[in-house]
Design a protein around this ligand. Structure first.
Ligand SMILES: NC(=O)c1ccc[n+]([C@@H]2O[C@H](COP(=O)([O-])OP(=O)(O)OC[C@H]3O[C@@H](n4cnc5c(N)ncnc54)[C@H](OP(=O)(O)O)[C@@H]3O)[C@@H](O)[C@H]2O)c1
Length: 248
């Protein structure tokens, strides 16, 4: 498949490495230009291109930028083929993105993204930390393999998202429609807690819409405080341990 990736940060870079290693034709862009994308991101065959070129002639476009930057992408999508599937990895963090009124009122994050991109999206790879994404890729059948929830309104698009998640080393879990995707947003029990496919249904089921944003902000506060303290011994899987404690 021909895949464009908009965003070459913690998540976009790993997606480019894994999906090109799997045999896809991958191009990747950031906001500063192809020459700024590190060589290791391109080591398995992905091509660095200007942001204006990433959407043209692709089967799949993955958007992986800070949520507040999503509206900037619309003018870059004029050449995106009408039948290309858009997969978005973004999450809303007010501490990073500033307060976005619609999201503060409880709007589903991916619906806001869809409005700003002008396209339906598949929500995938949003609910795994960058650290776990790098460290815990495993082949299908590995005991305890981590699963990643994938939501989309279109069944075929969701199945495609799940198969691409699978190709990046994680089990793709069918999490239903975008309307229900608030269940995998920051602060929910499934969010960045490294669960298996067997554990995910219970986690999605016990999500509480009003509670998740409060827990998200509480966790971010604690994480920022601890990470800013040079005397803290955070240890392995620190983020996942904090998330499991607070989001459960
Ligand atoms: N980090 C995580 O643990 C994690 C996990 C799951 C999901 N997510 C979500 O996934 C998204 C990406 O996260 P990340 O951690 O990979 O972010 P990141 O490391 O901050 O990287 C963001 C990337 O987006 C690019 N970008 C920003 N504005 C752009 C624009 N207008 N056009 C083209 N490229 C643009 C940046 O390019 P420049 O550097 O050139 O500006 C950079 O390559 C976020 O929404 C985040 O919430 C993150």
């Amino acid at each position: 498949m021909k895949i464009g990736i908009m965003g070459a940060g913690s998540i976009g870079s790993v997606l480019a490495q894994r999906l090109s290693a799997h045999g896809h034709h991958v191009k990747i862009a950031n906001s500063r230009g192809p020459e700024t994308i590190p060589a290791d991101v391109l080591a398995t065959g992905a091509r660095a291109v200007p942001a204006a070129d990433v959407a043209a002639d692709v089967d799949v476009l993955i958007t992986s930028v800070p949520l507040i930057r999503v509206p900037d992408l619309k003018p870059l999508l004029t050449d995106l083929p009408a039948d290309a599937v858009v997969i978005d990895t973004s999450n809303y963090y007010p501490a990073r993105d500033g307060h976005i009124a619609a999201l503060d009122r409880g709007r589903v994050e991916s619906r806001w993204v869809e409005e700003h991109l002008g396209r339906p999206v598949v929500k995938a790879w949003n609910a795994i930390t960058a650290q776990s994404f790098v460290a815990y890729a495993n082949p299908s059948g590995t005991p305890g393999r981590i699963a990643i929830p994938v939501a989309a309104d279109d069944d075929d698009d969701r199945a495609l998202g799940m198969s691409l998640v699978e190709q990046t080393g994680f089990e793709g879990f069918d999490a239903g429609t975008i309307t229900d995707s608030w269940r995998q947003q920051p602060g929910s029990p499934v969010y960045c807690t490294d669960l298996t496919a067997e554990q995910i249904p219970a986690a999605l089921g016990k999500a509480i819409a009003e509670r998740s944003p409060k827990r998200r902000d509480l966790a971010m506060h604690i994480i920022a405080e601890l990470m800013g303290d040079p005397t803290s011994d955070l240890g392995k899987d620190f983020l996942v341990r904090v998330n499991r404690l607070i989001y459960n």
